[in-house]
Design a protein around this ligand. Structure first.
Ligand code: GUN
Length: 170
């Protein structure tokens, strides 16, 4: 599907196909539909990014993300996108020491900040994710809130890329 095909989608199909580019936030996709036609995939991505930046309370978006290797991962109830990203970064291949470290640090992170640790898992392997999780636990809350949103945008970028063909001329 290219950007012209995206622009031609009726509202329901647009939200069905692109509704999870921000994890469990189809309302964001729904909100940008009225901004069609998008000149390029980058323009669609920019509209999503602007919508996120204009939210009065951005932590809600972070809270829509499941913990990496967490409860939803274990129960098999992840979204398809999150499942594929977590599998690709080795979250299903943690040894018992890594799994308990991940669970402890995810918990510590959530207790400290009040939202879950979000990282663009497709860009990292399990060792790197554990290292970043441990380091980011030490940050200030405002720094982590901004960092989490940056990671949401990276995840969104890769999810859009896998759904929409890009034209290098655009
Ligand atoms: N990185 C990519 N996908 C996810 C996800 O579903 N949850 C978290 N916490 N990080 C991610």
């Amino acid at each position: 599907m290219d950007i012209a095909a995206v622009n031609a989608l009726p509202y329901e199909d647009f939200v069905d196909i692109l509704g999870n580019v921000v994890e469990k936030c189809p309302i964001i996709t729904a909100a940008v539909w009225s901004g069609r036609p998008f000149l390029s995939l980058a323009a669609l991505e920019a509209a999503i990014s602007e919508f996120i930046d204009a939210l009065p309370e951005s932590e809600g978006i972070l809270r829509c993300h499941p913990d990496l290797a967490g409860r939803d991962h274990q129960s098999g109830s992840l979204t398809r996108e999150s499942h594929d990203e977590q599998a690709g970064s080795g979250m299903g291949a943690l040894n018992s020491g890594e799994a308990s470290r991940m669970a402890r640090l995810n918990q510590e992170y959530k207790e400290r900040f009040g939202f879950p640790f979000v990282i663009c898992a497709r860009m990292h392997d399990k060792e790197n994710i554990l290292r970043q999780l441990s380091a980011r636990c030490q940050n200030e809350r405002a720094v982590e809130r901004a960092r989490g949103i940056e990671e949401v945008k990276k995840i969104c970028h890769l999810r859009l890329q896998s759904l929409v063909l890009t034209d290098s001329r655009l």
